[in-house]
Design a protein around this ligand. Structure first.
Ligand SMILES: O=C[C@H](O)[C@H](O)[C@H](O)COP(=O)(O)O
Length: 220
């Protein structure tokens, strides 16, 4: 199975973990696109979804699933999303597609976070994938200087404006030995809206597609 087939298999495996009746949270990215496609036959059993991006909202609506504003939803039982990197503690780097802020908000609200990914995403130490940081535009240079002080090499993602009207700095060269601490430090930089480290709100279950099929991993 190639990476795409592994993503599809992981995405389809998530269907069995959905609540019988209840609003679901839907993330963003190529793996989630397979998940949305797999939701199509279930559209009548899903009362509504909360979506983490305009792209996923459009795809959900196209298959006939109602998309609700998070403010009108009392509870999200399950949130399904991909990752750019994930470790055995199910801490992740996310935001390769720029949707990190809404993803972090929905993940915080949801009772269960199911990560769907292909095998290449599982790493020993987070940080080889450049860490996305969403920044208020006027603070971009200031935040970049603070990121350099933390040992990173921030690169402005040119031409990208997030769904929230902000910009993204991708931080290269960070070896993330202490994800919890780094997540807090990044949050403390004025001008940072969100960073793509999901350490405090890690996933609860990883469905990992591999050559032999889909493996279920819970937090170590
Ligand atoms: O902003 C994008 C999200 O965090 C995605 O979940 C992440 O980039 C993984 O995307 P993909 O499933 O395309 O590898």
């Amino acid at each position: 199975m190639n990476a795409d087939a592994q993503k599809k298999a992981a995405a389809e495996a998530a269907i069995a973990h959905l609540p019988r009746n209840g609003v679901i949270g839907v993330g963003t990215g190529s793996t989630v696109n397979y998940f949305i496609d797999a939701l199509a036959p279930l559209r009548d059993q899903i009362p509504a979804a909360v979506s983490s991006s305009e792209a996923s909202t459009e795809r959900l609506k196209r298959i006939g699933i109602t998309v609700e504003d998070l403010n009108s939803v009392a509870e999200i039982k399950v949130y399904v999303d991909g990752a750019d990197e994930i470790n055995k503690y199910l801490q992740m780097i996310k935001g390769g597609g720029g949707a990190l802020t809404r993803e972090k908000i929905i993940a915080a609200v949801s009772k269960q976070f199911i990560c769907i990914a292909d095998q290449s995403k599982l790493v020993g130490t987070l940080g080889e994938f450049p860490l996305p940081v969403e920044v208020i535009p006027m603070a971009r240079s200031y935040v970049a200087r603070q990121l350099v002080k933390l040992g990173g090499r921030p690169v402005y993602r040119e031409g990208v404006v997030t769904d929230n009207g902000n910009v993204i700095l991708d931080v290269h060269g960070l070896r993330i030995d202490e994800p919890l601490t780094l997540e807090e430090k990044l949050n403390n930089i004025v001008g940072v809206v969100t960073n793509g480290l999901f350490a405090h709100r890690a996933a609860d279950l990883l469905l990992l597609g591999g050559p032999e099929g889909v493996q279920e991993m819970r937090r170590a």
